[in-house]
Design a protein around this ligand. Structure first.
Ligand code: AMP
Ligand code: GLY
Length: 434
């Protein structure tokens, strides 16, 4: 890419978007950077603006008025809602798939059917639009079993059941409207065992460029206990994804997916996030997301050495040839600080002081749900509020740096897991003993 500078708009207000803005703002190709709605952290690297992402005309008008060359759509909802299609139709480059391709996240049944068609390894399943046949199918299945609302449910639509009674209840719960329209249809899935890993590829409709691996910590409590959350911490790379497993994932999961989407006339552009279960039979697909993970994006951005803007532009324009990304060999780890009570009820508006934290190239506090209190403090405005992100020579070192950062944060109403990265640190210790 020539030394041109672009105005860029990032949509979203989480830790993922702060990490993307932080990386984009550091690029020589970035002129003005806007973030809508952004948060207390993005305000330091971008101009936070109010823009209703559901109002496509308003987004187009803003892009026209501000000569936006690229819109980076962070979360899944506007992608499933077709915002990338609208922008591309107005000849504004948008990073992220159109509505038809975003169905890979928007409908679990859609993805399961695609897996069946393209022979992609995943859990056996049944897809239902009414309770009766779902209950009948369930009666023939083994335990444990997984019941999933078909549509977007903010990560809450998956119920893992150890008993038949619980599974029958889960079917009724979903069809009774617990997840609204997202539960008009459901998927019943075989339970898979193994370790999970997140794998990210950048796509241009035909080709996929592997980005990096990561591992998330979904449960709220130490030692992976308690309810599921959006993610309480992550690290990258996940060494359990060996080069051989990456090759298998590309051949058996990613490429057949992209080929099938392209053959159907709905090519996939953007970042494709595969949630994988590493089973004794090889990697199997748990789910697709049509966006970067949160908090996985935070550790990916901390490790990415190349400029992100040319890669995002190339994906949006449909030609990744010539893009080659380099990653730091040093692992990165992020610890999520959340408001006490999360993922249940929690208070908003509590005060956070970050003055004592020494941020550097190796330690960054990404904001997920904060607002600037304009007196040097921030207020907490969400469940997951801060992502203390560090890079180190080992995961153990990155973990120690991240936790040292957490301890300097003055926020009595916040909490965090104390064991982020434990699986990898155990592997590092075993490696050291060999
Ligand atoms: P999802 O929202 O589809 O990623 O599901 C959330 C979590 O539920 C996953 O990260 C897994 O831990 C678990 N899960 C989903 N589907 C299955 C499955 N078929 N077998 C085992 N665990 C699953
Ligand atoms: N970290 C899980 C997600 O972004 O869906």
């Amino acid at each position: 890419m020539t030394e041109t500078k672009f105005n860029i708009l990032v949509l979203g207000g989480g830790g993922r978007e702060h990490a993307l803005c932080w990386k984009i703002a550091g690029s020589p190709h970035c002129a003005r950077l806007f973030c809508a709605p952004g948060n207390g952290g993005t305000a330091a690297v971008a101009e936070n603006i109010h823009l209703d992402e559901k109002d496509h005309d308003a987004v187009v008008a803003f892009c026209r008025e501000n000569t936006i060359a690229l819109v980076v759509i962070g979360p899944e909802a506007p992608l499933v809602d077709g915002l990338a299609d609208t922008l591309q139709a107005h000849e504004i480059a948008a990073f992220g798939p159109g509505a038809a391709a975003a169905q890979l996240e928007g409908s679990k049944g859609f993805t399961k059917d695609l897996c069946a068609e393209a022979n992609i390894p995943t859990a056996a399943y049944g897809r239902f639009t009414a309770p009766e046949p779902a209950h009948d199918y369930l009666n023939e299945q083994a335990l444990p079993i997984v019941i999933k609302a078909d549509g977007l449910a903010a990560g809450k639509g998956v119920i893992i059941c150890d008993t038949m009674d619980a599974a029958h209840e889960a079917i009724d719960y979903i069809f009774d409207g617990a997840f609204g329209a997202a539960g008009a249809e459901l998927v019943i899935e075989e339970f898979m065992t193994g370790e999970e890993a997140s794998f990210f590829v950048l796509c241009d409709g035909r080709h996929a460029l592997p980005l990096a691996t990561a591992q998330d910590h979904k449960r709220v409590g130490d030692a992976d206990t308690g309810p599921n959350t959006g993610g309480m911490g992550a690290y990258s790379p996940a060494s359990i994804m060996t080069p051989e497993l990456v090759a298998q994932t590309m051949d058996k999961i990613i490429r057949p997916t992209l080929d099938t989407m392209a053959a159907r006339g709905t090519p996939y552009r953007g970042v494709l996030y595969a949630g994988l279960m590493l089973t004794t039979e090889g990697p199997k697909l748990v789910e697709y997301n049509c966006r970067f993970g949160d908090p996985e994006a935070q550790v990916l951005m901390m490790r990415l050495e190349s400029d992100l803007i040319p890669a995002l532009m190339a994906s949006a324009r449909g030609d990744l040839s010539g893009i080659d990304l380099t990653w730091s060999q040093d692992p990165a780890l992020t610890v999520v600080m959340a408001a006490q009570g999360y993922p249940g009820n929690y208070d908003k508006g509590t005060r956070i002081l970050l003055d004592a934290v020494d941020e550097s190239d190796e330690l960054v506090v990404f904001h997920a749900g904060t607002q600037d209190a304009s007196d040097g403090a921030f207020t907490a405005q969400g469940g997951r509020v801060l992502n203390i992100t560090a890079r180190g020579k080992t995961v153990a070192q990155a973990q120690a740096e991240a936790y040292a950062g957490c301890e300097k944060i003055d926020w009595p109403e916040g909490f965090y897991r104390k064991d982020i990265g434990w699986r990898e640190i155990e592997r590092e210790m075993n490696q050291g003993e060999k």
